[in-house]
Design a protein around this ligand. Structure first.
Ligand code: UT7
Length: 340
């Protein structure tokens, strides 16, 4: 019987730092509001919004290189790719195949996952199932986003555009037949599609109608179609309910309790969401990893970036019980619980 465990982690973010003060020069916002409401101090944006080199696939490639090195493996050892992103280089094909080419992998399978902030948890769920079934031995699981190309940096977009940042994280998930307890213990994934339009980017999509309208009726395309729309308060309220539900579900399924948990790595959406969950579950500060102040919300990349930094900072030790939990557009949410 196979189990899966993380054998390598990595992350990569663009060099260009954008502070809250930088954003206040573009729109009517300020450091005080952003810090108080979200916990974010700065985020990364690729240097040039029109750049076609520093894409989400490229960021994923850089994070993957680090994860492979950390796992002591080469791209030839990888037998499947799962790539989570809401900001792929193209509408199609997806980023997984671009990564296969960039890394020089064999002609392995490459799957894209489109579950936004929950994308990495879903990607891990898929990879874990393949490994447990004995199908693949080393799967590269990646979360990467370039948000900065598609945000509305005017007053109209300030409720959304101050939150999101660019970045990527990756892990190598490997099969093990070890009898020891290391590895993924439980996974859960959920969705509630009736809230699809509470947080969405609607264009490009077939609901817009025939693409010909773009040429014949360009005014039909509104800012609400091309920029993300988010009912922030509504999303917040659902997030603080679903986070704890999913965490308890993952612990219960593995026969563990909240007291057993060593580290919670929440999707970095808003520091107030993490603090609310932390209080509700009576978790001390050292058991919740937060890095939103540096990167903002990097959607599918936020958990693997946090995981990689937590490991670099020595906050994860062998044998620790680690939980990754996310909530986001869809709505979708879920958790992965593992013994490190
Ligand atoms: O990761 C995927 C899931 N996403 C989330 O989990 C996000 C969840 N939601 C949130 O994090 C919060 O709802 C936000 C950070 C998006 C917004 O915070 P909020 O405390 O819910 O603020 P609000 O939307 O209720 O807006 C409060 C006020 C409004 O002004 P009025 O109507 O009270 O005069 C906004 O217009 O703050 C104003 N506002 C801003 N002011 C300065 C909105 N955005 C900004 C801004 N700077 N950037």
């Amino acid at each position: 019987m196979y189990k899966s465990k993380i054998t390598g982690v990595g992350h990569y973010v663009p060099e260009n730092i954008v502070t809250n003060d930088d954003l206040s020069k573009l729109m009517n916002t300020n450091d005080e509001w952003i810090t108080e409401r979200t916990g974010i101090k700065e985020r990364r944006h690729r240097k040039n919004r029109n750049d076609s080199e520093e894409t989400s696939a490229f960021l994923g490639f850089k994070a993957s290189e680090m994860a492979l090195k950390n796992a002591n493996l080469t791209s030839k050892d990888i037998d499947y790719i799962v790539f989570a992103t809401l900001s792929p280089d193209y509408f199609f094909p997806g980023n997984g195949i671009l990564l296969q080419e960039m890394l020089g992998c064999d002609t392995i399978g490459a799957l894209d996952v489109r579950n936004q902030c929950s994308g990495f948890v879903y990607a891990m769920g898929v990879a874990n199932a393949f490994i447990k079934a004995g199908v693949y031995k080393n799967i590269l699981v990646v979360g990467a986003e370039i948000h900065s190309f598609g945000l509305d940096f005017t007053d109209r977009g300030r409720g959304v555009s101050v939150i999101f940042g660019d970045g990527a994280g990756a892990v190598v998930l490997s099969a093990t037949e070890d009898e020891n307890t290391q590895g993924i213990l439980s996974v859960n994934m959920h969705s509630e599609g009736k809230y699809a339009e509470e947080l969405a980017v609607k264009f490009p999509g077939s609901k817009f109608g025939w693409a010909d309208r773009l040429l014949t009726e360009p005014e039909a395309l509104t800012p609400e179609d091309i920029y993300p729309v988010m009912n922030g308060n509504f999303v917040f309220k659902h997030a603080v309910t679903r986070f704890p539900e999913s965490i308890i579900e993952a612990l219960t399924k593995a026969g563990k309790t909240i007291e057993d948990l060593d580290l919670l790595i929440p999707h970095q959406a808003n520091i107030r969401i993490a603090q609310y969950v932390q209080q509700l579950l009576h978790l001390p500060d050292e058991k919740v990893f937060i890095n939103i102040q540096k990167y903002g919300n990097t959607t599918a990349a936020s958990i693997p970036i946090a995981l990689s930094e937590a490991k670099q900072e020595g906050k994860i030790k062998k044998g620790d019980l680690v939980m990754m939990t996310a909530f986001g557009a869809g709505f979708t949410w879920g958790s992965v619980l593992m013994n490190w």
